[in-house]
Ligand binder design. Structure first.
Ligand SMILES: Cc1cc2nc3c(=O)[nH]c(=O)nc-3n(C[C@H](O)[C@H](O)[C@H](O)COP(=O)(O)OP(=O)(O)OC[C@H]3O[C@@H](n4cnc5c(N)ncnc54)[C@H](O)[C@@H]3O)c2cc1C
Length: 393
């Protein structure tokens, strides 16, 4: 019988195992359906792994239970995380604009230091857990023909984003044996690109703009972000857009983009180059594709009348893109929703099923881009590992 069985060798499962090993507890089994550990971790931060954020703002996370979320992040926060990676695992880190990366700028280094550190424990790959049951002794974990027994079980199965990495949402099904339906928040893709059916935007595909972007749903402004926006063949992308995606509703969604143009410069160019066509007069300020799109939306090709010029400029500050949906779980960086934090105690253990723990993205916690979601994976994993250590003594 194992002391602990961890389901999922992703970010949180690996960290949970490492923390247990650090505390001298190596009677641990780690299971994953993939042929190797950290498949999603490998693609984080464009392969560089932005593992945390030096100015992490806890208020930017979303969850059903912010108090519990804060407790977890305070127990093992940014400093403790960097310290553990540097001092215990031997991973040197660097920061750029507050974002923390391994010094090698390779996510494989993060996976490797974790993997080597836990080499004493049993690891079984290519085994997909299909059922977990509980008896007086603890838990039995079933994976195909095989079964394993453990006093504690940790669900580190991830959310539903990028299902080809193994976190395909089956963790929710496994957990549904132990938790009521009401203890889950419906899942939707978050940190994902937005699609549009506005046909006049195709010509803007490939153009980037520094913008202030707001998501309006049923006439209510849900969120505003500032950053670089990219027009694509399906719609809009960029970190600012991805951060709006969690606020999409089932109603009518649109994004209003302030393209942050310089009004004076536009008026000046129109005056100085009045002998040219409008797109050519503004060529030094705006891509002609954008000028043409806005003129078309205004139903004019001339900018002579001051009131039309004002409308043209206003449209550049309130450029509207109707949103038809997202690029889905296949392309989303994180899952919104999951098992509610208030279904667990402060140590992320089930109140009814002692020895059953949950960590990582399968829980109802999601954060913005910039190391927030990995920080949650590390923090929640350590809270679980330390609780197991205390329970075993
Ligand atoms: C493209 C991309 C880039 C990202 N970049 C960043 C970034 O730079 N910084 C950041 O903070 N966050 C980033 N994230 C988010 C971050 O990677 C996740 O939030 C984090 O990895 C979640 O950790 P986890 O342990 O909960 O789940 P995962 O890392 O997804 O691990 C879950 C593991 O459980 C296994 N599993 C699931 N079910 C079973 C089962 N039944 N049996 C056996 N094994 C099972 C899966 O195979 C998987 O290996 C990114 C995400 C994506 C998709």
């Amino acid at each position: 019988m194992y002391d602990t069985i961890i389901i999922g060798a992703g970010s949180s499962g690996l960290m949970c195992a490492a923390r247990l090993v650090c505390d001298g507890m190596d009677n641990v089994l780690l299971l994953d359906s993939n042929p190797k550990a950290g498949k999603k971790l490998a693609i984080t931060g464009n392969g560089r792994c932005n593992l945390t954020n030096l100015s992490l703002d806890k208020d930017l996370y979303f969850s059903d239970d912010k108090d519990r979320l804060y407790k977890v992040l305070s127990y093992f926060g940014v400093d403790e995380t960097i310290n553990f990676f540097e001092k215990e695992l031997g991973l040197k880190t660097v920061s750029k604009d507050e974002l923390v990366y391994p010094v090698t700028l390779k996510s494989s280094s993060v996976i490797d230091v974790l993997r080597f550190y836990i080499s004493k424990i049993d690891i079984e790959y290519e085994l997909k857990v299909d059922k977990v049951s509980q008896d007086a002794e603890g838990y039995t974990v079933f994976a195909g023909e095989k079964s394993f027994e453990g006093r504690n079980v940790v669900f580190a199965t991830g959310g539903m984003s990028y299902p080809k990495t193994g976190s395909d949402g089956n963790g929710y099904r496994l957990l549904s044996r132990f938790f009521k339906k009401e203890e889950f928040t419906a899942v939707t893709p978050s940190l994902v690109q937005l699609k549009t059916s506005d046909r006049d935007l195709k010509s803007l595909s490939g153009f980037r703009f520094n913008s202030r972007v707001s998501l309006i749903s049923d006439n209510e402004t849900k969120a505003t972000e500032v950053g670089e926006l990219l027009f694509t063949d399906y719609g809009i992308s960029g970190i600012c857009v991805m951060q709006l995606s969690r606020h999409l509703t089932n109603g009518r969604n649109k994004v209003v983009i302030d393209l942050l143009v310089d009004d004076e410069a536009i008026c000046d160019s129109l005056r100085r180059f009045s002998h040219r066509s409008v797109p050519d007069a503004l060529i030094g300020i705006l891509p002609s594709e954008l000028t043409k799109t806005v003129l078309k939306r205004l139903g004019t090709s001339e900018l002579k009348d001051p009131s039309v010029i004002r409308r043209f400029i206003r449209m550049l500050h309130e450029f509207t893109v109707n949103i038809s949906g997202t690029n889905g779980f296949d392309n989303s960086q994180v899952t919104r929703g999951g098992l509610n934090l208030n279904a667990l105690d402060d140590e992320l253990q089930s109140r009814e099923h002692k020895g059953l723990y949950v960590c990582g993205e399968v829980l109802n916690v999601d954060g913005p881009c910039g190391g927030y979601n990995l920080q949650w994976a590390w923090s929640s994993a350590v809270v679980v590992a330390d609780s197991i250590k205390r329970s075993i003594g």
